[in-house]
Design a protein around this ligand. Structure first.
Ligand code: ADP
Ligand code: MG
Length: 429
């Protein structure tokens, strides 16, 4: 069946490849491909250059075609094309991903600091925080922020020489340059940029020759007040296998982290992603997906894209049944929750203590989370009112009243409804 838009399929393919290949390899070699067209027999992808195309065909084509079958449910011929008109400029930069911008980066408490730092650097490269060092676990927005800086600068200062470099590429370039005795070219390429965005620099760990070379690149750029932005999966002081002199330099400017997003932020991100793909999803579907992973946004996006492909292929509308059917083969198996886990989760979510939830304080800031906890114990675990009462030291009539209060508010307040749907999905076995 032909699909109009190859993007949804391409995202689903990338999600499969990410399960097979290290994240850095996918970022360096597969993410830069642009889906061009899709017919019932062929998926056409654009690669940044002919060399790139050849390398991909040698290294990745079988894996690609395998992922296509998994994502599309049918084999497709994968065609890689590239224009020969590559910039004569030898900058190690692919064009920036136009979807990774500041406006599409959803801000929340977990990422506000890193986002603000990135924006500051994009507004004033080289004159403030240098280097900017962003660290976070996988799938939390590091690469997105680097591209956002690149996209922003390309618009506001088109004459600057920008380089987005996955560290994997820096390493490969270096190895090739040594072998072909082209170190001068290598050095020129990397030391002549105005802004160097080096992604996943933790890969340098244990690679002494690369560290040595990067040390000099860093110094040259830093002395010339060129902006350097680095990302990593750990903060500088925890990077084992890294020379001390690099570790200290990485912490010279500003170190910012991104933490896993809270539920509201995950919901907002999924809504934004769906919107970018041209879908409006009902709240319960968004909440369902948002509850599926707490630690990794890429994983959530994978679920979302799987839903889109499923909807395209089956023609089914976006609702809870559809999303359950689309995702059940890929969702992690869940364990049943205990009352204590639910109470602890609610306490954490609302920023109150478990002891307060179980105590006598009746101010709304405590009483409302307590009512929500009671409601969830009833909804998710089907506990009786007296059972719930015992957990909180309250009479069962109080529990009944609380559960009804929450149910009534849930009907009136769509935000609360979305939050509760996500809670329930999260705990349900
Ligand atoms: P990392 O480089 O840290 O592994 P990415 O930057 O590749 O993670 O992010 C993974 C996916 O999650 C990307 O599609 C990115 O757009 C998305 N993402 C992460 N954080 C946000 C955010 N705050 N707002 C919108 N999308 C986000
Ligand atoms: Mg990344």
């Amino acid at each position: 069946m032909p699909m109009a838009d190859p993007h949804a399929l391409w995202h689903a393919i990338l999600a499969h490849l990410r399960q097979k290949l290290p994240a850095e390899e996918v970022e360096s070699w597969l993410v830069p491909l642009q889906p061009l067209s899709l017919t019932s027999s062929e998926l056409r992808l654009h690669a940044p250059s002919p060399i790139y195309t050849r390398y991909l065909e040698e290294q990745y084509l079988p894996l690609l075609e395998e992922a296509v079958v998994l994502a599309a449910g049918t084999p497709l011929h994968v065609v890689l094309t590239s224009a020969n008109t590559r910039d004569t400029e030898t900058l190690p930069s692919f064009s920036f991903n136009s979807r990774y911008t500041f406006p599409t980066f959803v801000e929340g408490p977990s990422n506000a600091f890193a986002r603000a730092a990135a924006l500051a650097v994009a507004s004033n490269p080289g004159s403030g925080y240098n280097p900017l060092f962003i660290y976070a676990g996988s799938g939390l927005g590091k690469t997105h922020l680097l591209h956002a800086i690149g996209n922003h600068l390309r618009q506001t200062r088109p004459t600057l020489r920008l380089a987005y470099v996955p560290t994997e590429r820096f390493v490969n370039d270096l190895i090739h340059s040594i072998r072909l005795q082209k170190m001068n070219e290598f050095r020129q390429t990397y030391r002549q940029v105005d802004v160097l965005l080096l992604d996943d620099c933790h890969i340098l760990a244990g690679k002494e020759r690369c560290q040595e070379e990067f040390f000099h690149t860093f110094n040259t750029l830093h002395e010339a007040q060129k902006q350097i932005v680095l990302t990593s999966d750990t903060p500088p002081h925890n990077m084992s296998g890294l020379e001390e002199r690099l570790r200290t330099r990485f912490a010279w400017g500003l170190v910012a982290d991104i933490q896993p997003p809270d539920l509201e932020t995950r919901i907002a991100i999924i809504r934004e992603k769906a919107h970018l793909e041209g879908y409006e999803l009902p709240n319960d579907v968004i909440s369902f997906i948002a509850a599926r992973s707490r630690e990794n946004i890429r994983e959530l996006e994978g679920y979302l894209h799987r839903l889109f492909v499923f909807m395209t292929l089956t023609g089914r509308p976006p609702n809870l049944d559809t999303v359950r059917d689309a995702l059940y083969p890929v969702l992690p198996t869940e364990r049943s929750s205990t009352p204590q886990e639910i109470i602890r989760f609610v306490a954490h979510h609302y920023g109150v203590k478990v002891a307060d939830l179980k105590g006598r304080d009746n101010r709304r800031s405590v009483a409302f989370p307590r009512q929500v906890a009671m409601y969830l114990l009833r909804e998710v675990l089907n506990l009786s009112y007296p059972e719930i009462g015992r957990l909180f030291g309250k009479h069962h009539s109080t529990v009944l009243y609380s559960v009804e209060q929450v149910a009534a508010q849930r009907r009136k307040n769509p935000n609360l409804d979305a939050t509760l749907t996500a809670f329930v999905e999260q705990f349900r076995t």
